[in-house]
Design a protein. Structure first.
Length: 453
C-alpha cells in the first residue's frame, strides 16, 4: 500500500452510521431557527421541499460515489467531469461546508453541557470536543467508524424516545398557532419566510453526502454504498419530520425558535425540569451532536487529504500517520474551527448568532457542491458512457434534474436572504481558488494524474 492510499476497512453498517451520524445533530438543534423565520407551518413546507431535493440528490449522487470511489468525493467527480476548474469549485465548496459545520455543532455541545453544568463555559467545552474527537479520528478509521456507529444508533434511539415521551403533551393546535410567518394565514410574507428558512431545513440533512469521502475506505463500495445511502436518507427524513412536529406541538414553539437546545426545552414543557427523562435526553442527546461532530471531522479531513494528494493544497496535508489516517488534515480543519468559535462576538453578519452564521456558511458550500455534482452526473453520462456504473440514478434524467433545479432555487433564495454571508462565501471561494492555483503551479502533474484516475 502506498504512503498516501487509504485502507478499505468499512462495511455497510459503518457507512450507514457515517451517513446518518454526519447529519443527525441537525435533528437536535439548528433547525428551530427556521421557525423564527417561517413559522411552524411555513417551515414544514420548506422542510418537505428540501426533503424532496435531498432524496432525489442522494439517489443520483450514489451513482457517482459507486462509479468513482474516491476520498475526494464531489471533488473527484467534478475534476473528472470538468477538469481543474470543476474540481476546484467542488473541492473548495465541500471544504467550506465541512469546516464551518463543526464549530456550530461544537457550540451546541457546549450549550447542552451547560444545561447540566451551568458554570461550564460553552466555548471551552467546544474546544475540548475538538481535541477529543480529532484525537479519536487520528487513532484509526476503523475505531472512528465503530464509535460513530455506536453513538449514531444511540442518537437515533434517543430521538424516538423523545417523540414517545412528549407525545402525550402534543397538540396540533399548539403546532399550528401562528404557524405562518407574518400572518395567521398564507401571505406574501409567508412565502418570503418559507424561502428564507431554507438554510435551517437543509441543516436537517446537511453532510449526508460526506459518506462519499469514506468510499476509498469502504469494502466493496459498489454494493455497500447504495444500501447505506438509501437507508440513511430514509432514516433522516422520518426523524426530521417526527422531531420537528412533536417538538412544535408541546407548548409555545416560539420559545424554542432561537436556541441551541430545543429538544430539552420542549421536553421540560411535558415532564418538568427535574424528570429523569429530561436528564437522559440531555446526556444521550449529546450522542447526536457527537456523532455529527465526529463524522464531519472525518469528512473534512478526507477532503483536505484528497485536495492535497491531487496537488490543489500543500502535499504535507496528504501525509498519513502510522495509523493510516490523514492526521495533518484533521488538525488543519480543527484549527479553522476553533478560530471560528472564538470569533463569536467579534464578527456580526446580518445580526445572526454565531451558530446561525456558521450554519448558513456551511449551507452555501453544500448547495454549490450539490449543483456541480449533479452537473457532473449529466456530463459524465455524455462524456463517459462506458464508465462502469454498478448503481444508476433511477428515473434519469428526471430525478437528478429535480435535485438540480431545487438546488438552484435554494441557492438563489440563500443569496437573496443572506447576502452578507454569501459575499463572505464568495470571497473564500475566490481566495481559495487563487491559493489552489499557486499550489498547483508548484506541483504540476499531480492534478492531471488524479483526473485521469
Amino acid at each position: 500500500m502506498s504512503a498516501n492510499t487509504l485502507k478499505p476497512t468499512l462495511g455497510t453498517l459503518h457507512l450507514w452510521g457515517i451517513a446518518v451520524g454526519l447529519v443527525i445533530s441537525g435533528e437536535y438543534f439548528g433547525w428551530s431557527y427556521g421557525w423564527g423565520t417561517a413559522g411552524t407551518l411555513g417551515f414544514l413546507v420548506t422542510t418537505l421541499l428540501v426533503a424532496v431535493m435531498y432524496t432525489c440528490f442522494i439517489f443520483s449522487f450514489t451513482e457517482l460515489t459507486t462509479a468513482i470511489p474516491n476520498a475526494g468525493g464531489p471533488f473527484a467527480y467534478s475534476l473528472r467531469a470538468f477538469g481543474v476548474t470543476g474540481g476546484t469549485i467542488a473541492g473548495l465548496a465541500t471544504l467550506i461546508e465541512f469546516v464551518f459545520a463543526p464549530p456550530a455543532i461544537a457550540m451546541a455541545i457546549g450549550a447542552y453541557l451547560n444545561v447540566q453544568f451551568p458554570g461550564l463555559e460553552p466555548k471551552w467545552a467546544a474546544v475540548g470536543a475538538y481535541v477529543v474527537f480529532m484525537t479519536l479520528n487520528i487513532l484509526g478509521v476503523s475505531i472512528a467508524a465503530t464509535f460513530e456507529l455506536v453513538v449514531t444508533v444511540l442518537a437515533v434511539l434517543e430521538l424516538l424516545v423523545f417523540m414517545g415521551v412528549v407525545a402525550p403533551g402534543f397538540s396540533f393546535a399548539n403546532f399550528a398557532a401562528g404557524g405562518w410567518a407574518g400572518e395567521n394565514s398564507f401571505s406574501s410574507a409567508t412565502l418570503s419566510g418559507i424561502f428564507a428558512a431554507i438554510p435551517f431545513a437543509i441543516w436537517f440533512f446537511l453532510a449526508i453526502e460526506g459518506a462519499a469521502m469514506a468510499a476509498e475506505e469502504a469494502k466493496d463500495p459498489k454494493r455497500t454504498i447504495p444500501t447505506a445511502y438509501i437507508a440513511g436518507i430514509l432514516t433522516l427524513v422520518v426523524l426530521a419530520l417526527g422531531v420537528m412536529i412533536f417538538a412544535g406541538g408541546v407548548g409555545d414553539w416560539r420559545a424554542l425558535s432561537n436556541i441551541n437546545d430545543p429538544l430539552p426545552q420542549a421536553m421540560k414543557a411535558v415532564v418538568g425540569d427535574n424528570s429523569n427523562w429530561m436528564h437522559m435526553l440531555v446526556w444521550i442527546g449529546l450522542f447526536g451532536l457527537v456523532a455529527s461532530f465526529h463524522g464531519i471531522i472525518l469528512g473534512y479531513s478526507r477532503q483536505f487529504f484528497a485536495l492535497a494528494r491531487a496537488g490543489f493544497l500543500p502535499p504535507a496535508l496528504a501525509r498519513l500517520s502510522r495509523f493510516q489516517t490523514p492526521h495533518r488534515a484533521i488538525i488543519a480543519g480543527g484549527v479553522v474551527g476553533i478560530a471560528a468559535i472564538f470569533s463569536d462576538g467579534l464578527i456580526n453578519l446580518q445580526g445572526m448568532t454565531l451558530t446561525a452564521a456558521m450554519i448558513t456558511m456551511s449551507v452555501f458550500g453544500a448547495i454549490v457542491m450539490y449543483i456541480i455534482s449533479m452537473l457532473s452526473l449529466f456530463k459524465l453520462r455524455r462524456s463517459e458512457p462506458g464508465l462502469e456504473r454498478s448503481f444508476m440514478a433511477p428515473g434519469y434524467p428526471i430525478v437528478p434534474g429535480i435535485a438540480l433545479v431545487l438546488a438552484v432555487v435554494c441557492l438563489i433564495a440563500m443569496i437573496w436572504f443572506n447576502l452578507q454571508v454569501g459575499l463572505v462565501f464568495l470571497a473564500l471561494m475566490v481566495l481559495g481558488s487563487i491559493y489552489c492555483k499557486l499550489v498547483r503551479g508548484r506541483t504540476p502533474g499531480l492534478a492531471i494524474a488524479t483526473s485521469e484516475g
